[in-house]
Design a protein around this ligand. Sequence first.
Ligand SMILES: [Zn+2]
Length: 152
Amino acid sequence: MNAKLACKDVRIKLMGLIDNEISGEEKEDLLKHIEGCPSCKKIYNEFRTLKKETKEMKFKKLPEIYWDDYWTHVYNRMERGIGWILLSIGIIVLFSYGGYEILRDFFLDPQKPFLLKIGTGTLTAGMIVLFVSVLREKLLIRKIDKYRSVER
Ligand SMILES: [Zn+2]
C-alpha cells in the first residue's frame, strides 16, 4: 500500500491535486493520505479555500467591463448633451442676429422709447429660445419613436 507516502511528497503535490492535474491511482493515494493525516488535511483545506477565493476574485473582476460600458455610455450622453447645448446656442445667436438685422431700423430709431426696444428685444429673444426648445424636443421625440419602432 502507498500509505507510506511521506507528508513532504504529498504537500508538493497538493496544488496539482486541487487543480485536477493529478488523477488515477496517484490521486487516490494522495487523498487517502490526506484523510489519514490531520496536518496534510489542514493544508489541503487551506489550499482549497485559497483557490476558491482566487477564483471568486476573477469573477469579481468581470463587472469592470460593465463599468467601462457604463462610462462610455455616460460620456456619449454628456457629449450629446453638450452638442445639443452648443447647437441651441448657435441657433439662438444666429436667429437673434437675424432678428436684430430685420429690426435694426427699429432699434436704431432714436424716436422709439428705450423701454419699447427692450420689450421687443426680449420678446424676440424669448420666441427664438422657445422655438429652439420646441424644435429640439420634436427631434428628440422623433429619435425616441425610432427606437421604439426598432424594439418592436
Ligand atoms: Zn501527511
